[in-house]
Design a protein around this ligand. Structure first.
Ligand code: 5GP
Length: 178
């Protein structure tokens, strides 16, 4: 796997430090709110499991899986819920945990779905953000790192199902997906 990585963008240590910081901020902001932390499968699972362990307040978790029609490295914005939540979001303070925001289409769809289900608040925490590629107006409420327009893998992010277990985030060599 290492041979397919062009460059390490974020080391495991950098990621860990940033998540501790995010965990502290979220613990303060959601004190007494018992938030429902929603992991968007599958890319965000590694981030979410680390993040909740850096949150010191009572919370609940749930999972949602969406699939976006598009090619392997670009999403189309047409999103389908593949696995829905088990819990109701009505009157809950919801935190959507995402791995990366690219065009923003997946998240704007999800926020809309949860708003329509009458969540009390819906906020987004994303480990990575590629603001240069946004096609809809969407800003994460909490963000780990802004990154340049490159296709990255590791720390939960995949290409064709692979590389999720790399402990850092790296730019994938173009020859792998071209
Ligand atoms: P959006 O709807 O914001 O364009 O796409 C978000 C989703 O596209 C992410 O949750 C992720 O699954 C995928 N994605 C976008 N950029 C990357 C990237 O650089 N690497 C990987 N592995 N997935 C990405």
């Amino acid at each position: 796997m290492e041979n397919d990585i062009q460059e390490v963008l974020l080391t495991a240590e950098q990621i860990k430090a940033k998540i501790q910081e995010l965990g502290r901020v979220l613990s303060t902001d959601y004190q007494g709110k018992n938030p429902l932390v929603i992991c968007v499968l599958r890319g965000a699972v590694v981030f979410m499991t680390d993040l909740i362990r850096d949150m010191t307040i009572p919370l609940e978790i749930d999972f949602m899986a969406v699939s976006s029609y598009g090619n392997a490295t670009r999403s189309s914005g047409v999103v389908r819920i593949v696995k829905d939540l088990d819990s109701s979001v009505e009157n809950r303070h919801v935190i959507i945990v995402e791995d990366i925001i690219d065009s923003g289409l997946t998240l704007s769809y999800l926020i809309d779905v949860l708003d329509r289900r009458n969540a009390a608040t819906v906020k987004v925490v994303s480990l990575l953000d590629k603001p240069s590629r946004r096609t809809v107006e969407l800003y994460p409420d909490y963000c780990g790192f802004q990154i340049p327009d490159a296709f990255v893998v590791g720390y939960g992010l995949d290409y064709a199902g692979k590389y999720r277990n790399i402990p850092y985030i790296g730019i994938l060599k173009e020859k792998v997906y071209q």
